[in-house]
Design a protein around this ligand. Structure first.
Ligand SMILES: [Zn+2]
Length: 153
């Protein structure tokens, strides 16, 4: 799993970073690649790394996460199919809510991605994760369920 610094202007804050990491962890949990991770590890890893990450550099963030869950791959560079993307969006919303981040932040994140799609220097994440109206509409449909997992911090 890898999170590139190019995404940071779009994540903007901890909640935005939780969207990206929740999504990537969901790919791992759903076994979209050879990496495997339990749901419990996913929720603990996400909560742990994000609280540790506040005020620290992206490199530190990534290292802390790798130590916390013992995974090191490049999931973020794989291009998944549309159904896998949809599943990762769905699970990712639930994971970020379980970790204490408002899942509504996912809509704002993908809207920022949308705005960057045709820019001169789109982030690496966009090449494997095209933003589109369908993704945002699907996430909006999944939000009521995800909100039931959100208890705040
Ligand atoms: Zn994905």
């Amino acid at each position: 799993m890898a999170v590139y610094t190019g995404i940071l202007p779009i994540t903007q804050d901890e909640t935005g970073l939780a969207v990206v990491m929740g999504h990537e962890i969901a790919h791992a949990v759903a076994r979209h690649s050879s990496e495997r991770m339990s749901q419990q590890m996913a929720a603990q890893g996400l909560g742990g790394v994000l609280s540790a990450a506040v005020g620290q550099s992206p490199t530190v963030t990534q290292n802390v996460f790798l130590q916390a869950v013992g995974v090191g791959s490049s999931l973020g560079m794989l291009k998944h199919g549309r159904s896998q993307e949809s599943e990762a969006d769905h699970l990712g919303l639930i994971f970020m809510a379980m970790a204490g981040y408002n899942p509504d932040g996912a809509v704002a994140f993908w809207q920022r991605m949308d705005a960057r799609e045709n820019s001169a220097s789109p982030p690496e994440f966009l090449s494997t994760h095209p933003s589109n109206g369908t993704r945002i509409a699907d996430i909006q449909k999944q939000l009521p369920e995800a909100r039931t997992y959100y208890k705040g911090r």
